[in-house]
Design a binder for this molecule. Structure first.
Ligand code: SF4
Ligand code: SF4
Length: 91
């Protein structure tokens, strides 16, 4: 039977930041992601491998599902971080 492998797709987006000290590698974030951008780490207890970072739509479900606060966090793209402020504040 042919062995299958997967590797990361190069992409400038880095939507997920993992804290290796906090992550226990439970893969709950992997399972909840509706667009399947990551797979469990081949190493036990390590953070998942993000294969398709450009597919993330920043829904936050993976962060909410994580049992270890701070183990995974979202890094929104710069262009999404712009804030609309009332005009009065600019005067
Ligand atoms: S934010 Fe949503 S789309 Fe992005 S990795 Fe987490 S669960 Fe998947
Ligand atoms: S980031 Fe959280 S949910 Fe994902 S594998 Fe690590 S501990 Fe589990």
């Amino acid at each position: 039977m042919k062995e299958l492998t997967a590797r990361e797709i190069p992409c400038s987006a880095e939507p997920l930041i993992f804290d290796k000290k906090l992550c226990i590698g439970c893969a709950r974030c992997v399972n909840v992601c509706q667009v399947d951008i990551m797979i469990p780490s081949p190493e036990k207890g390590k953070p998942p491998v993000v294969l398709y970072p450009g597919e993330c739509y920043y829904c936050g479900a993976c962060v909410m599902e994580c049992p270890r606060p701070g183990a995974i966090r979202l890094q929104h793209p710069l262009m999404n971080r712009a804030k609309f402020v009332p005009l009065e504040q600019l005067r």
